[in-house]
Design a binder for this molecule. Structure first.
Ligand code: 6PG
Length: 275
């Protein structure tokens, strides 16, 4: 964990050009949860005590274990016992994407995060900005545009600053709700847009590549052998993001850290790992 803490604390986002990419392999999903939690702890420790930290949460199933680590009472989120709790009142929570369902629906990414992290920690509701899936794609996108407009910190490109954005990756290479062959993958102006998962006939609200790539640090959490081939293709084969939307994540000034377990990393070339 110290290595990750060291990386996050010492690697300042580059001022120009493509950001840095690193790939860290951990033993299993339990280690992935600890490593992912350690990044948040490191990000907070690296920030000035008065800074507000904007964190984007990932949906799907992989992040749940990490949220539970972060919510564990006696750790700084890195599974380190008796560390001081994270300063949640300084943290503003966004979501990378949401299904077009209500906040109590079983499919809601917000519901998963609320159960695993937000409620157990008593994170004040005014620090949490969920995507309102119940409004449907068009109104839900408009609503989140309004939420983002209310965030005060902007970067040099006028984008809302996201200090740390967690993302997952599907076995078809999608991330957030940027699905292969959909217009959302090619969105270059908007910050939020409608996503659509044809396989599940599921309408979504999603951060766009433009907003994602404005993040200072993007952390992918990828676990399981089912992701091994697509992970190899995303990390090792150049090609259109349309086919494998996770390819579109190349932070403009920030960095991307791929935290992957051994099973997902099983097809990666040794030269891909590290960085
Ligand atoms: C969603 C997520 C999605 C997820 C990937 C991986 O709403 O489903 O945002 O992008 O991160 O599908 O999901 P798993 O972690 O369940 O494999």
């Amino acid at each position: 964990m110290n290595q990750i803490r060291e990386e996050v604390c010492t690697r300042a986002p580059r001022q120009s050009g493509e950001g840095h990419r690193a790939v860290r392999v951990v033993a299993d999903s339990a280690e992935l949860a600890l490593a992912g939690a350690a990044v948040l702890a490191a990000t907070i420790h690296a920030a000035a005590p008065s800074d507000e930290i904007v964190v984007g949460l990932a949906g799907g199933s992989t992040p749940r274990a990490m949220y539970e680590v972060l919510a564990s009472p006696a750790s700084d989120g890195a599974g380190v016992p008796s560390a001081p709790p994270l300063p949640w009142p300084r943290i503003r929570i966004l979501f990378g994407d949401e299904r077009c369902v209500g906040p109590d629906h079983l499919d809601s990414n917000y519901r998963m995060a609320r159960e695993a992290l937000l409620d157990p920690l008593g994170v004040p509701p005014d620090r949490v900005h969920r995507m309102k899936g119940e409004l449907g794609p068009a109104d839900g996108v408009r609503d989140y545009d309004h939420v983002l407009a209310g965030l005060c910190r902007r970067d040099l490109d006028g984008l809302p600053v996201i200090d740390l954005l967690y993302l997952g990756m599907g076995d078809d290479g999608h991330t957030a709700s940027l699905f292969p062959g959909t217009p959302a993958v090619r969105e270059t102006v908007r910050l939020v847009t409608a996503g659509y998962n044809a396989r599940l006939d599921s309408h979504r609200i999603t951060m766009t590549p433009r907003l994602i790539n404005g993040a200072r640090l993007v952390v992918f959490l990828v676990a399981g052998a089912s992701k091994a081939d697509v992970l190899r293709r995303v990390l090792e084969e150049p090609g259109p993001a349309d086919d494998l939307p996770s390819r579109v994540v190349r932070p403009t000034h920030g960095s991307v850290l791929w935290l992957v377990d051994r099973a997902a990393a099983s097809r990666l070339a040794p030269s891909t790992i590290g960085g």
